[in-house]
Design a protein around this ligand. Structure first.
Ligand code: SF4
Ligand code: SF4
Length: 452
């Protein structure tokens, strides 16, 4: 009995204080949205609850959790015991990236492309994946599957659909290996959309490719001027025709329609939103994403009319807001990026590798020509030859050494590693767009949730 008394006294000495990983935004209905980056919780509180929430989240904290609202705040991680070392928890979360039962491969079934976009940074030195690399990848996945719980493939390029036969060959093998060993298998695809006919799309679904990103930079001629065929020629109508026929399919998938903007198509966004509204509003499988063109390399690099950082940050959310107002879905990538570790680039993840069409291994899908990015190769038997010094450069340059990142409210989502290449190049922190405008983003997530 005595023992119990002592325990009770200890429990009662708790103070519950706001988590250091909270962010808050006021909503137009007089309420507020709370977000916690350690567990990804996003909760709306009504105008009636608001004052009570704000009082409970004062730095001095509260003494007990008798009140239902306080219990809710605690259960969602917005309040934590003052005995919790949250920085240490974040450090622990970071270490979970080292799990060896997960693997992410970014594959380039071809490094060639049928488009020649004005702002492209790739040089297309090689074509289709060679038979040796295909064989090696099958062997790697077959061997690793016995110890994996999760395998994710990102199909990238060049234009991956130019090598549909390679994708088919690899997919069949990966599906068999993962099924045999009970491994969770999932894929995404970045494509320009030109070859994404309904028939092709249906095939991709059978290969467990369910997340797609397709870029449209404006309506008709505006898009065609920026994203034309390699030999010249329009692409807009064909992409839209493909998307319209895909819309008729009843399956589950998630398509992000991305618009890359700079000073030369900034004014055309409204027209694109109107156009997309007409065809894709009220279909939750199609979401929109706006991103500024950057100087990522390539022959036009110095001449690109990129927006200033201030304009870019503002316009991303202004366009998203307009799209939501027009009943379009915001890309699932926005809310998805707020989840724990979800803003960490694959280049910074130890279990992630990019495989070129000749078996060259990389970490980053932008800086293909940089020596630092050539981190090894895959042998025909599926074994990997890795340069761990180079890999360490990509995976240890974030929050481990940056004290500002260690204290950042967004740390669990980003871990200082949203773009290790940016940090290596500029020495600056690669804070994601979502973090820089977190209040606006939370507001948009709330606004978007009202549509359903
Ligand atoms: S390191 Fe940066 S540039 Fe490279 S893939 Fe990641 S986000 Fe892109
Ligand atoms: S890079 Fe920026 S957002 Fe990411 S942890 Fe560091 S300070 Fe926070």
């Amino acid at each position: 009995m005595k023992k119990k008394k002592v325990l009770e006294t200890m429990e009662n000495t708790h103070t519950y204080v706001p988590s250091r990983f909270n962010a808050l935004s006021h909503t137009d209905d007089g309420g507020l949205v709370l977000f916690n980056s350690f567990n990804g919780a996003i909760v709306h509180f009504s105008e009636k609850e608001k004052q009570e929430v704000l009082t409970a989240l004062k730095r001095v904290g509260i003494k007990d959790l008798q009140h239902d609202l306080h219990r809710d705040l605690y259960d969602n991680g917005f309040l934590v015991s003052d005995r919790v070392d949250e920085k240490r928890r974040a450090q622990f979360l970071h270490q979970s990236l080292h799990r060896t039962d997960m693997m992410h491969l970014v594959l380039l079934p071809t490094e060639a492309c049928n488009f020649c976009c004005t702002y492209c940074y790739e040089t297309f030195p090689r074509g289709k994946m060679d038979p040796k690399t295909i064989y090696a990848l099958k062997a790697l996945v077959q061997e690793k599957s016995t110890n994996l719980s999760d395998l994710h493939i990102s199909w990238f390029g060049g234009e991956p659909l130019l090598a549909l036969d390679v994708m088919e060959d690899l997919s069949h093998s990966f599906l068999a290996s993962t099924k045999e060993n009970g491994v969770q298998y999932s894929c995404d695809l970045v494509t320009n959309g030109y070859f994404l006919t309904k028939e092709v799309f249906e095939k991709l679904l059978t290969w467990e490719i369910r997340q797609f990103m397709i870029t449209i930079d404006g309506v008709g001629e505006i898009h065609d001027r920026r994203r034309h065929l390699a030999g010249g020629g329009q692409t807009f109508n064909k992409i839209i025709e493909n998307l319209m026929s895909i819309k008729e399919i009843s399956g589950e998938f998630d398509i992000t329609i991305r618009m890359n903007f700079d000073e030369s198509n900034l004014q055309e966004t409204s027209k694109l939103i109107e156009f997309l509204k007409e065809h894709f509003s009220h279909d939750k499988r199609f979401g929109v994403l706006f991103r500024p063109v950057g100087r990522w390399g390539g022959e036009n690099n110095d001449n690109l009319p990129v927006c200033s950082r201030v304009i870019a940050n503002k316009k991303i959310w202004e366009f998203t807001d307009k799209a939501i107002t027009e009943d379009l879905e915001m890309s699932s990538m926005v809310a998805g990026s707020l989840l724990p570790s979800a803003s960490v680039c694959y280049a910074a993840k130890p279990h992630s590798l990019v495989v070129g069409s000749n078996g060259q291994l990389y970490k980053c899908t932008v800086s293909f020509d940089e020596e630092m990015n050539k981190v090894g190769s895959i042998h025909e038997d599926g074994s990997l030859e890795l340069d761990y010094d180079k890999i360490a450069h990509w995976v240890t340059s974030g929050e481990e050494t940056d004290s500002v990142c260690q204290s950042c409210f967004y740390r669990p989502a980003c871990q200082g590693n949203h773009c290790p290449y940016y940090r290596i190049q500029t020495g600056e922190r690669p804070c994601p767009y979502e973090k820089r405008s977190i209040k606006k983003v939370l507001n948009l997530i709330w606004k978007s949730s009202l549509q359903s």
